[in-house]
Design a protein around this ligand. Sequence first.
Ligand code: UD1
Length: 333
Amino acid sequence: MVVTGRPCDGMNILKVGAGMKKECLITGVAGFVGSHLAEALLALNHKVIGVDNFFSGYRENMTSFESHPDFSFHECSVEEPGLLGRIGREHPGIDACFHLAAIVSVPYSVEHEAETMRVNWEATERLLADAEDLGCSRFVFAGSAAEYGEDDRLPLLESYVGQETIHVSPYGRAKHLSTQRVASSPIGVALRFFNIYGPRQDPKSPYSGVISRFIDFALAREPLNIFGDGGQTRDFIYVGDVVSAYLAAAGLGEFEAPLPTGVYNVGTGVGTSILELADAIRDLTGNVLPHRFLPERAGDIRHSLASIEAIQGHSHWSPGVGLREGLRRTIGR
Ligand code: UD1
């Protein structure tokens, strides 16, 4: 399945002049978020070394930058032992590593526990150690709100994840182990993302994000499937704001200093119910069909909401794209 879409426009990066050229490595560069990050770094005049094995990414996501002179690509798995050492010999001077490659499906992680722990945890540990050895100044890891498990103390503070947290999936467990290890490194920043959406998010898997699925259905003039009563809420964050958070973590673009090492939630601090979301998408696409209510999805959490005080306390990052505007950009009209 081919995913196309516009890059995440409207980001602050375009306002910024070019600073010193840095070499940045992105694992998962052909993925939804990785490809947006690559575009942003190249627009800022940095070099990008991309890694992907197309397990869940698509070559088409790299169309806008694949032949850019400052981009080079390595088709390989992050499980490859000594990967960073090998790439580092070819590209001495890698300054920042953005580690996004992962098994991204929670249900897949339940069925493939050993593989998930190898890819999402053991490979991260190895890459981080190699980045430390190479002398990189920042290693930025893609954590997940799944690390919180079923916590209902809202908004969620970074410190709530701990020994007592019950992770319902190997995905949540592996992300948490990796976050802990990254946050304890002298070069590590773990960004804990809430529900990311935007252009190029794959709508076709049954486990795709709700926004990409709703838009796909709405444009196909089909009713939107709401699991449960639609009263469950999520903190939806636009991919352009996620890219800005990556830049903040590494002190690139408009961010003059990197975030201090540690863990930071990346969300908006605003909750939206699935029913409100469905109504907004129906409105923006002109789909007038009534929603289709289906049984609640097994294992669904009721509410999820980020506290973003930590990242805002350490940088001037802030979510710039509201839900309606982000939906408009994602729909592409
Ligand atoms: C998201 C992540 C997941 C992570 C979790 C942590 C995605 C795709 N998944 O799951 O990796 O573990 O956050 O908090 O970002 N829904 C419908 N109709 C649909 C699809 C979904 O009503 O067609 C509902 C779901 O039942 C759920 C909500 O929408 O209540 C959000 O679903 P989804 O986008 O899959 O994300 P999360 O379940 O929050």
